[in-house]
Design a binder for this molecule. Structure first.
Ligand code: ADP
Ligand code: MG
Length: 232
């Protein structure tokens, strides 16, 4: 794979949605580059196109126009099967609603993606335990989601994304179901992961109080990138 200075670089992204007779231009020409091993946060008002942008950069939604390069791959020129394999190998995701399996313990939530990759037994167990330790939840290995607080659930979800050692981690509003204190804990954790694991973390938030923990803040308004500010 070719080495590129940016983990993600996107050029001239356009996307619109049509429902009935109305077409909304959600992204109206966005260029963006994301540096490796940093926490970059995208902020902007509700409906400004943040989730659409994140979905396009992470290979979930095809742009109408424009290109996305991730780790040197021209993402939207891959076949659907290649894209799936690329996402599985290199990307982790965390979500607003955590998306944990209600019936599984924290440890089992982490063993599942490993099993999917053919990693089982002792090696899987030690990786899962290490990831839980990383997010400060070794003591909650046997708990099911119903027994965990919102902040703990999101930390299990982060551990589950981390256990595969992805180069990139995407997070759409990872703190919006949490109170302010737990939101801070989760964002600080994402920042530490970016620094210590050299993972590129790209998140979306609408909470301005979290921005101080980011290395870089990209502001989107009405489908355009309006500012790009380095914090560290
Ligand atoms: P944000 O995450 O900043 O709140 P989104 O990217 O989710 O904004 O959405 C921007 C606009 O695009 C909104 O007006 C939303 O209704 C519209 N939109 C997003 N996804 C779809 C879709 N799948 N179909 C139709 N409209 C959509
Ligand atoms: Mg959104």
């Amino acid at each position: 794979m070719t080495r590129v200075p940016h983990t993600i670089s996107a050029f001239e992204l356009y996307r619109s949605f049509t429902s009935g007779k109305t077409t909304t231009d959600v992204l109206r020409g966005i260029d963006v580059a994301v540096q490796p091993a940093e926490l970059t946060l995208i902020i902007g008002p509700s409906g400004s196109g943040k989730s659409t942008l994140l979905a396009i950069l992470s290979g979930l939604l095809r742009p109408d126009r424009g290109s996305v390069h991730v780790l040197g791959e021209d993402l939207w020129r891959l076949s659907p099967a290649q894209l799936d394999a690329f996402r599985l190998a290199h990307m982790g995701f965390i979500f607003q609603g955590f998306n944990l399996f209600p019936a599984l313990t924290s440890l089992e939530q982490l063993l599942l993606p490993l099993k999917y990759q053919g990693i089982t037994g002792k090696p899987a167990m030690s990786r899962a335990e290490r990831a839980l330790d990383e997010v400060g939840l070794s003591g909650r290995a046997k708990s099911r989601p119903a027994e965990l607080s919102g902040g703990e659930k999101q930390r299990v979800a982060i551990a589950r994304a981390l256990v595969k050692n992805p180069e990139l981690l995407f997070a759409d509003e990872p703190t919006s179901a949490l109170d302010s204190k737990n939101g801070q804990v989760v964002i600080e954790l994402l920042h530490r992961i970016a620094r210590e694991h050299r993972t590129t973390v790209l998140g979306v938030t609408h909470d301005g109080r979290l921005l101080k923990h980011a290395d870089r803040v990209i502001k989107v308004e009405d489908g355009l990138l309006v500012s790009d500010e380095r914090k560290s």
